[in-house]
Design a protein around this ligand. Structure first.
Ligand code: HXC
Length: 513
């Protein structure tokens, strides 16, 4: 018996060594953790249970039969994150560069299937050279098996991807179909074709970091939602993100205990500048309305003219979408529309109520926007809000102009409660442009054209640049003092706690992609 136990212990030790100490040292030298170290930081201590530790690949082509490693380049299993069941796979770069073989893929699929059957999130820690080249089409098939499960799981359980090394070729499409991507600066990259292929085909010279590093994807493409300074920071973000989410689409996100206090925030009364064209940072409003230090901003460096993220209000998890007047005056454009639409759909999938702060002068004009389909892309946000059945509340802090008024969670597209601050301006367009169009004749025939224009602008402004016209029609439920925003929102979200709303029976809608 002792011999058998010894044999098992040897196997466990062998599996834990992955591709060997030399390769582990090389991994550390690059500033990277190993697959097991990552899991150690992610999971609550002592909770991780490994599945498939002794799996080996089956291939014998290209001499592979002489090189087999227990676990076959991926550590898979389950454990607790913040005390809640979570499934994880962590690719081991020390074994064939973390490349994906048939068996490696089977291990990941097993975890994904268990996660679906048991209604718990899956976290993928990606560090891989892609399809295991020696295995050919079976490794491609393995990827497709994973992609298929990514799509089946979408909207059922949260799926999070951390990119902690290479992620290239078709391999990028599994993370791309998960809910959130996090990347580590300087040690991870994602691209469909690498710098060498780029050079051959387009003659562009570009480094891996420039082409598909964390900052590139956080700022230019928006592929990653978080660019993290190092792996430990990445893992902490994963844990934080999960804390705002339910385990699956049939549950609510966990609430934290909250004791009611003085909810008045007088500082909010002075945030909107006297000059309507002066910017301010919407984050100041967000921070003052929500529970202290609970804002987790998503996609912070991408399309900064809109701010999205998770927060807590009276202990409950909410999703926030807010125009950002400090960047491009908070205008809606292609990137901000797609960024916000995706976030809205995530929150709606997982029963997270939505809070919208609105200060938007309209959609961004120009050939660049029109030719790149602001029509289709702007429609995504309109579609996402209209489709959402979670409790939805809007607070208009200042401008709500044109089509953007409709799009930003207006009453007309199903918002439950719509508040406006006294500084709100709700109209078809800004007063200057409106006066120029509707008083064209009067202005052009006036002696003092500039003076007339100014006079008409003021007339339009006093008639429409306020929240009262909308409130008269019931499009705004209440005009509130800024200082009361927090207490109003707490009560309204509580009132909406048991909201039931269902979409008409359909297979699925056809969001304009
Ligand atoms: C088999 C691989 C491998 C792969 C790396 N290795 N990638 N083995 N299949 N795809 C092995 C290497 O042979 C090496 O083994 C070890 O992993 C570490 O690799 P290095 O090259 O020494 O590491 P590094 O210098 O850090 O470079 C990492 C790398 C490079 C940039 C990822 O290995 C690389 O370019 N690999 C090939 C990438 C690739 O083209 N993959 C296929 C993409 S197509 P030893 O024994 O020396 O330690 C694809 C299609 C997916 O993935 C389609 C889905 C639809």
């Amino acid at each position: 018996m002792n011999e058998k136990l010894k044999q098992l212990e040897q196997k466990i030790a062998e599996a834990q060594l992955g591709g060997g100490q030399k390769r582990i040292d090389a991994q550390h030298k690059k500033g990277k953790l190993t697959a097991r170290e990552r899991i150690h930081f992610l999971m609550d201590e002592g909770t991780f249970e490994e599945i498939g530790m002794l799996v080996q690949h089956r291939s014998s082509d290209f001499g592979l039969d002489k090189e087999r490693y227990l676990g076959d380049g991926v550590v898979t299993g389950y454990g607790h994150v913040n005390g809640r069941l979570t499934y994880v796979f962590s690719q081991d770069f020390t074994v064939f560069g973390g490349s994906l073989s048939e068996t490696h893929a089977e291990k990941i699929c097993k975890i994904m299937d268990l996660a679906m059957q048991n209604g718990a999130p899956v976290i993928g820690l990606n560090d891989s050279g892609g399809a295991r080249i020696q295995e050919g089409v079976v490794s491609l098939g393995g990827y497709a098996d994973i992609f298929y499960r990514n799509v089946r799981s979408s909207g059922v359980i949260p799926q999070l991807s951390a990119i902690m090394g290479p992620c290239a070729g078709g391999a990028v499409y599994s993370p791309a179909m998960t809910d959130f991507i996090l990347m580590v600066e300087n040690t991870s990259y994602m691209f469909v074709t690498g710098p060498n292929v780029v050079k051959t085909v387009t003659h562009e010279e570009v480094t891996s970091e420039e082409l598909g590093g964390a900052i590139t994807h956080a700022t230019k493409s928006g592929v990653t939602h978080f660019a993290c300074a190092n792996e430990v920071e990445t893992i902490n973000y994963l844990k934080q993100l999960l804390s705002y989410m339910p385990q699956n689409c049939e549950e609510d996100a966990p609430a934290q205990s909250y004791t009611s206090d003085n909810e008045t925030r007088t500082e909010l009364n002075d945030i909107i500048p006297a000059n309507a064209n002066q910017p301010y940072d919407i984050r100041e409003i967000i921070e003052k309305v929500i529970d202290t230090d609970t804002f987790l901003e998503v996609h912070k460096l991408f399309a900064e003219n809109i701010v999205v993220g998770f927060a807590r209000l009276a202990g409950r998890s909410i999703g926030i979408v807010a125009n950002q007047p400090a960047v491009l005056a908070g205008v809606l454009d292609i990137n901000s529309s797609t960024k916000a639409a995706r976030f809205v759909r995530f929150c709606d999938s997982f029963n997270i109520p939505l809070l919208v702060f609105e200060d938007v002068p309209g959609f961004l004009p120009g050939t660049d926007q029109e030719w790149n389909a602001i029509i289709t892309n702007g429609a995504k946000l309109l579609y996402a809000f209209s489709e959402a059945t979670v409790p939805r509340i809007t607070v208009i802090t200042r401008k709500a102009y044109g089509g953007a008024y409709d799009v930003m969670n207006s009453k007309h597209i199903g918002a439950d409660m719509n508040y406006a601050w006294p500084s709100a301006e709700i109209a078809v367009m800004g007063a200057k442009g409106a006066a120029e169009i509707i008083f064209k004749n009067e202005i052009s025939t006036a002696k003092d054209k500039e003076g007339k224009w100014k006079e008409k602008e003021t007339e339009y402004q006093s008639m429409f640049a306020n929240p009262y016209r909308a409130a008269e029609r019931g499009f705004i439920d209440e005009v509130i003092k800024p200082e009361d925003t927090r207490s109003k929102l707490i009560r309204a979200f509580k009132m909406l706690e048991n909201k039931v709303d269902q979409l008409p029976k359909k297979k699925h809608g056809n969001i304009p992609l």
